[in-house]
Design a protein around this ligand. Structure first.
Ligand code: SAM
Length: 391
């Protein structure tokens, strides 16, 4: 006992000796304890997701939760406009273009028709395999490989060789099936990852990129200048606007062959990882609660902007049923009731079958498809649903 007391006295003395030598009057008491929120938005987001997604995803939720809280995986959207593409370098690092790989695997299957009846959308019994632009290439590291991509380097003309984004974000662009001569509207475009993917197709006759946020529109323009040659950024091929997308249908109806509506949402990954600019902060409760309303208005505006026969892809990066299926159902109903527009849901099952080796898709969604995060393939969440205007 005596020995213990003696030892602890020595310890205490030595700990005191380790104190900083700053004079007491110069020491500043950190204020972090007083200013840090008691309930940081990231924690509020996790509580909210545990309650809603726990019920929604059932036994899948614990593994999705772990993946969401772990480092995400990126894909490198290859820039066809750059002159010194480091394609061999990417391949040498062990990356593969998941799009051409998926297409090759699908065509080598005995039944490559892409026909599905299990979760086919309304009016879609027999479906041809998806037409994929051969020009969109997105490289990913294999399943379970969490190597990070190096930052993209500029070529001799200053154009960057690839754009890092969630590889699942390319799916809405593939689903949009842009063809030569199409006029395309990207209603919520900034910062521009999906716009870049659409431009990679080199099939767009006219592309209109819009985002209501002026600062994000500036960022979108910077991205365009970093990746696309100046001669392609002309007014007759590309228009960048910064308008409230909900009003689009009022000014330009029945005009576009393809419309991408990639709406603002709870951005689940960001909400769990970053306290800054977090939609779960107490000051943004109203904004968060009104998201589904805004999303319905944006999708409806996109539907009105499309021409009859035109196609619309709605997408989010949340697992929320309210912001995904709920919004699509409401927009379909409002389009019919208020505008006499009939819509057909286009099945995305062929796409799911093609890329089932790269992404984990949620089972049994009755409307649209959803990539759910998984530790071995930590992409998503990305929800996408495709509609075709019948009238
Ligand atoms: N598509 C983008 C991409 O791939 O990089 C991401 C879009 S982000 C999910 C949603 C965007 O919607 C934000 O940039 C936000 O500024 C924009 N937004 C929010 N409200 C809008 C509105 N009423 N009209 C148009 N854009 C809006």
């Amino acid at each position: 006992m005596a020995l213990f007391l003696e030892t602890s006295r020595v310890l205490v003395r030595s700990v005191k000796d380790l104190r900083p030598l700053t004079a007491k009057r110069h020491r500043v008491k950190g204020k972090w304890a007083a200013t840090l929120p008691k309930h940081p938005p990231t924690r509020l987001a996790l509580q909210h997701f545990d309650a809603t997604y726990g019920a929604q995803l059932g036994p899948l939720w614990p593994s999705v939760r772990v993946a969401l809280l772990s480092e995400r995986k990126y894909g490198a959207l290859f820039n066809n406009f750059s002159h010194n593409p480091h394609l061999e370098e990417l391949v040498a690092q062990g990356c593969r273009d998941f799009i051409s790989d998926g297409a090759a695997e699908a065509s080598s299957q005995p039944d490559s028709s892409g026909v599905s009846t299990a979760t086919a959308g309304v009016g879609s019994q027999q479906q041809p395999p998806p037409r994929l632009s051969p020009n969109i290439k997105c490289f990913v590291f294999p399943r379970g490989d969490v190597t990070r991509f190096k930052p993209a380097r500029p070529d001799k003309f200053g154009l960057l060789t690839y754009y890092l984004m969630d590889a699942a974000s390319v799916l809405p662009c593939l689903a949009l099936d842009v063809q030569k001569s199409h006029a395309v509207l990207d209603l919520c475009a900034a910062p521009g990852g999906k716009s870049l993917a659409l431009l990679q197709t080199q099939s767009v006759r006219f592309l209109c990129l819009n985002d209501s946020s002026a600062s994000r529109t500036s960022r979108l323009k910077r991205v365009l200048h970093g990746y696309v040659p100046k001669e392609l950024l002309t007014d007759d091929q590309l228009r960048v606007t910064s308008l409230d997308g909900t009003m689009w249908g009022e000014v330009e109806r029945n005009s576009f062959d393809r419309v991408l509506v990639d709406v603002p949402c709870t951005t689940d990954r960001h909400s769990l990882m970053e306290d800054d600019n977090n939609i779960f902060s107490r000051s943004r409760v109203g904004e968060r609660r009104s998201l589904p309303q805004l999303q319905v208005e944006l999708l409806l505006a996109g539907i009105l902007a499309a021409c009859p026969g035109g196609e619309i892809v709605y997408s989010t990066c949340t697992l929320s049923l309210n912001q995904n299926l709920g919004v699509v159902e409401q927009a379909i109903q409002l389009a019919e009731e208020n505008h006499g527009i009939q819509l057909q849901v286009v099945s995305l099952q062929p796409l799911v079958q093609m890329f089932g080796n790269t992404f984990h898709f949620a089972p049994d969604l009755h409307l649209g498809e959803m990539v759910i995060p998984h530790l071995a393939a930590n992409f998503g969440p990305i929800y996408l649903c495709k509609l075709r205007r019948v009238t």
